[in-house]
Design a protein around this ligand. Structure first.
Ligand code: PLP
Length: 496
């Protein structure tokens, strides 16, 4: 496909607006450009076709099923987009007077209250703009809490299971804590015996995703909670998977002190491609004094931003936080109302339905009822036919599906992590299952074809090692030199 600049022909224009005849203000000579900007000159139909074609070469939730495990790529109701662009919300200036932004503050306050209810905790800050920012904010709260008690020096360790999302250990390290890894047992729960030996008076807390990235609810959660409580440590709940448990179980009731919520996964905010996201945190009473400022509070009959919090860790995000995200999430929660648990029930049902269809064709490392997602392994396909999880993912692209998450969690070899979400119909799940079953047959009958997939996508199989070591990042730069020391023959990517 050509760049729009290559389609440019001198003198072509998109759109014609007659001259307005109004006086044009003089631009001071020093600010005027010497030459016209280098813009493509193109006819309107070609312009429209160019960008329309480009948009169809991108895969998104609007073009197909997107079972990317852990990422919760579900349909977001369009009506929430309408609410987010209501002029009263859209045109709000972050420095506007509180007296003129009462509606927006009320929305923030009521969203905080809804999240208090969903998490079973006591106070919420809407400030963090992503799950990962919620994590680091939560760890800073832990530090502030222990500093107040004179224990910050001693409590240096955070316990994380080996199934954790990559952001967890990254946040722990960034927050200046030491990592203690705990193993997973044969049922996919935290190994409680391993845990007992790893929690002591140096432990600041636990970071746990529940349901885990294996899509399993930890069956020993009460025991785990007891171990940390009796050691005087805090418990952080990675709530990115809250989609599975809304209205059914609550982190606060399980004994957790801090939770982050991914508004862009559970509560209707389009995501992918870097955002914007929302990662509010909810905390128990004893951590509330340390929450970031400003807090949105009730004041008389109205609402106000409260900066007067002497123990607060400070600001973690500009102004109110990602406000447009709040509008969508608020609308989503209000639309479900007390029936919110139906969302989670449908997410869990869809995942178990798909699992039932696929369990004979692929290995299932942890054979249990799953929550909103499940993890299969392509170990058998690799052993018997040399076909890897990567080949299967690429093969799915030829069937018109976005691949699932692969090679994660790390404890499952050749992992295929599938999350259908609650918004897909039975027909879509059936078609996806048919494709997965067809690929399992292809792996046995024509493995070579799969190893070269995708065959019908604009970009074919890439040599990923070479793409990393020798990236071609300049358009039209076809001949490139090998960097010194690069292998003469492209190496095949060795999947772990
Ligand atoms: C997505 C996710 C995160 C990180 O959230 P971001 O908003 O992408 O920063 C953390 N933990 C789990 C389990 C996740 O799925």
């Amino acid at each position: 496909m050509q760049l729009i600049f290559e389609k440019s022909r001198p003198g072509r224009r998109a759109g014609h607006v007659p001259a307005h005849g109004l006086p044009v203000p003089e631009v001071p000579a020093g600010l005027r450009r010497d030459e016209p900007p280098r813009l493509p000159e193109i006819a309107e139909p070609d312009l429209v076709r160019h960008f329309t074609k480009l948009s169809t070469r991108n895969f998104g939730i609007d073009t197909g099923f997107y079972p990317l495990g852990s990422c919760t790529m579900k349909h977001n109701p369009r009506v929430n987009e309408r609410f987010a662009v209501l002029p009263g919300f859209r045109d709000l200036h972050p420095l506007d007077e509180e007296s003129r932004t009462q509606g927006a503050l009320r929305l923030c306050f009521e969203l905080q209250e809804a999240l208090v209810e969903v998490t079973g905790l006591d106070a919420v800050s809407l400030q963090p703009a992503a799950g990962s920012q919620g994590e680091i904010t939560g760890l800073m709260l832990m530090r502030a809490y222990f500093a107040d008690r004179g224990e910050a020096e001693r409590r240096r360790k955070i316990v994380i299971p080996d199934t954790a999302h990559g952001t967890n250990p990254a946040s722990v390290t960034m927050a200046g804590y030491e990592l203690t890894n705990v193993q997973t047992d044969a049922r996919g729960n935290i190994d409680v015996d391993d845990l007992r030996g790893k929690v002591d008076e140096e432990t600041a807390g636990l970071m746990l995703t529940n349901p885990s990235t294996l899509g399993l609810f930890d069956e020993n959660i009460e025991q785990i909670s007891e171990i940390f409580r009796s050691a005087g440590a805090l418990m952080y709940y990675d709530g990115a998977n809250l989609n599975a448990v809304c209205g059914i179980s609550r982190p606060g009731d399980m004994g957790f002190d801090i939770v982050h919520i991914n508004l862009h996964k559970t509560f209707s905010q389009p995501h992918g491609g870097g955002g914007p996201g929302g990662g509010p945190i909810a905390v128990g009473e004893r951590l509330a004094p340390y929450l970031p400022v400003p807090a949105v509070v009730r004041e008389g009959d109205g609402y106000a931003l409260d900066y007067d919090r002497p123990k607060s860790i400070g600001k973690v995000r500009g102004f109110y936080g990602p406000f447009g995200v709040f509008v969508r999430s608020y609308a989503f929660i209000r639309a479900y109302g007390p029936q919110l648990r139906e969302m989670s029930e449908a997410a869990v049902l869809n995942a178990n339905y798909l699992l039932a269809l696929l369990r004979d064709a692929y290995e299932l490392p942890f054979d249990r009822l799953c929550m909103h997602e499940f993890v299969l392994s392509a170990r058998r396909q690799k052993r018997e036919h040399g076909v890897t999880a990567l080949d299967i993912a690429k093969g799915l692209m030829d069937h018109g599906f976005h691949p699932p998450t692969i090679y994660f969690p790390l404890i499952v070899p050749e992992a295929l992590m599938i999350e259908p979400t609650e918004t897909e119909t039975k027909e879509t799940l059936d078609t996806f299952a048919d494709a997965m079953l067809a690929i399992a047959r292809e792996a046995a009958e024509e493995p070579e074809l799969l190893k070269e997939a995708p065959h019908v996508r604009p970009v074919k199989r890439l040599d990923e090692v070479r793409a990393v070591k020798n990236p071609v990042v300049r358009y039209g730069f076809e001949e490139h030199e090998e960097p010194p020391g690069a292998p003469a023959e492209p190496r095949q990517l060795e999947a772990q």
